[in-house]
Write a protein that binds this ligand. Structure first.
Ligand code: HEC
Length: 492
């Protein structure tokens, strides 16, 4: 691995699907409507603390469950968003589907989405740095147990007039000297059109200053959630995605190919925007274009989507520069290289438990301090888990991230929510050990679905760019004091 962040080019043919928004597949309905209204009221006191069942009484919707769901579910599952997901602010809906919800909460369920809320970072003590994570949706063990108790008790509603107060987490605000909306994407589907459709959109960011520009945030604003499903957002430093004649619009490539570009983020409904800390910025050199490889899921009726992207910029150089270290295996040339613990990478058809570890030694100049601000694990459909450990030169090791149940649809960036001085230090000489697990068999529902959709038999899988190839990728997002040197350009 080169010392500085480099443009390790991820040809992101990672275009693939979020599981179809399926009709509710007859989840068992516990106690049916009969549970409504017969709940025993409890005295949780409205302080946000939950009655702990047992001696004090049975948990009820209004006293215990509603505040929990408001905090962990309603940012996505609410009345205004119910074309993308169920409305769980409706108690009748939550009661009717309680067993199903419980399977997602206390799961993992064996059908995707495997777990809800969709924040698949593990809480294994061995792997917990004890740092808060921005936008953490995870439920505590107590909350999960309380939900189970509520289901076991027959989903009592409790007393609506004495409902405990609740908070829905507010969306995070973008910040910067300039906040701009890019021109919207424009996708039209036909009546009768179904299946998957992919499109690549490219924007001229208008960066002409030789010093470049400093990005502070990026947000996808979905328009028509009936068809827009998922997007991979990339920076194209080479300008190769420019449509004929320049300007904004469709990339010149066929629908499912994106020219080499560096991945910044993936978006799925409910995903958080990327918002850098207020003393930081990400440098874009002049001529950089923004690219979205957008996946649509036409639903059989003619629709139009005009999803757009909001960017935030700062006008002055930041105290800290944010750079991405693209680590791990992504290219076909990386199947038989010494970085793998077991060489070559060999994911045979039918193998339901293949684990291999990729190691990337890290170096940086003596006069620099690198701190880890965020981690973005990335794999495809055969993947089942990832665990990232920093191996230090003195023989000790620190586990920094664990994704015990990998789900393609819910990959996200994990950001440590602490000031620069409290972020974990990345030492010169540390090695990233990225342990990736896979299941290339029919017992992997996401992969089985993709195979069926494409009329394929299970086959040996190698590392590569196609969405049915595999990856074992980690983007380590680093913060360092900005000293007038642009690390990314310096690496070229
Ligand atoms: C960040 C947004 C988000 C949050 C928070 C969230 N969900 Fe979801 N959830 C979704 C989306 C989007 C889907 C639809 C996925 C699909 O169909 O592909 C979904 C699907 C589901 C499903 C399955 C529906 C189906 O179509 O298969 C259940 C059940 C569910 N969520 C329960 C919950 C519960 C319970 C919580 C809180 C404990 C929660 N979710 C929190 C976004 C979210």
């Amino acid at each position: 691995m080169r010392p500085e962040a480099s443009r390790h080019l991820l040809a992101a043919a990672v275009l693939s699907t979020l599981g179809a928004i399926t009709a509710c597949s007859d989840p068992a309905s516990p106690g049916d409507g009969s549970a409504i209204g017969d709940g025993a009221a409890t005295d949780s006191g409205g302080d946000g603390g939950h009655a702990d069942g047992g001696a004090t009484g049975t948990p009820t919707w209004y006293q215990d469950i509603q505040p929990m769901m408001a905090e962990h579910c309603w940012t996505c599952h609410n009345a205004s968003n119910d074309d993308a997901a169920f409305d769980f602010s409706d108690p009748a809906m939550a009661v009717e589907l309680a067993d199903w919800l419980n399977a997602k909460i206390n799961g993992p369920d064996d059908e995707p989405p495997y777990q809800m809320p969709p924040f698949p970072l593990g809480d294994d003590e061995e792997c917990d740095l004890g740092l808060p994570i921005t936008g953490d949706l995870r439920m505590s063990a107590e909350d999960k147990a309380l939900f189970q108790e509520w289901v076991d008790a027959g989903t009592p509603l409790g007393d609506a007039d004495a409902a405990a107060p609740y908070d829905i987490p507010p969306p995070r605000e973008m910040w910067g000297d300039r906040i701009e909306d890019l021109s919207p994407m424009s996708m039209t589907t036909r009546d009768g059109q179904k299946g998957d459709a992919y499109n690549c959109w490219s924007w001229d960011l208008g960066i002409t200053d030789p010093e470049g520009a400093w990005l502070t945030g990026l947000r996808v604003n979905p328009d028509n959630l009936n068809i827009v499903h998922h997007a991979v957002i990339m920076a194209d430093y080479s300008g190769r995605t420019a449509p004929a004649g320049g300007g904004d619009g469709k990339c010149p490539q066929p629908d499912d190919e994106v020219p080499d570009a560096t991945m910044l983020a993936t978006w799925a409904p409910g995903a958080d925007p990327i918002i850098l800390p207020t003393d930081a910025g990400m440098h874009f050199p002049p001529g950089t274009r923004l690219v979205s490889a957008t996946h649509y899921h036409p639903n059989g009726t003619g629709q139009h989507d005009a999803t757009n992207i909001t960017l935030a910029w700062r006008d002055t150089p930041p105290a800290y520069e944010v750079v991405t270290l693209p680590l791990g295996a992504a290219d076909p040339g990386e199947n038989d290289v010494p970085n793998w613990e077991e060489r070559p990478f060999h994911l045979a058809a039918g193998d339901d438990d293949y684990v291999n570890t990729w190691r990337d030694p890290h170096q940086h100049p003596d006069d620099k301090e690198f701190r880890i601000w965020g981690l973005f694990p990335h794999m495809h459909y055969a993947a089942t888990s990832m665990r990232v450990t920093l191996e230090h030169e003195d023989g000790t090791a620190t586990c920094i991230a664990d994704v015990p149940v990998w789900e393609f649809d819910w990959q996200r960036t994990y950001e440590f929510d602490v000031p620069y001085d409290e972020l974990p230090i990345l030492q010169d000489g540390d090695t990233f050990a990225i342990r990736c697990g896979y299941n290339n068999s029919a017992s992997n529902p996401l992969l089985a679905e993709k195979m069926e959709e494409n009329g394929l038999e299970f086959q040996d899988i190698s590392i590569g760019n196609g969405y049915l190839d595999e990856m074992c990728v980690l983007h380590a997002i680093i913060m360092q004091e900005y000293d007038g040197r642009f690390e990314r350009e310096a690496a070229e």
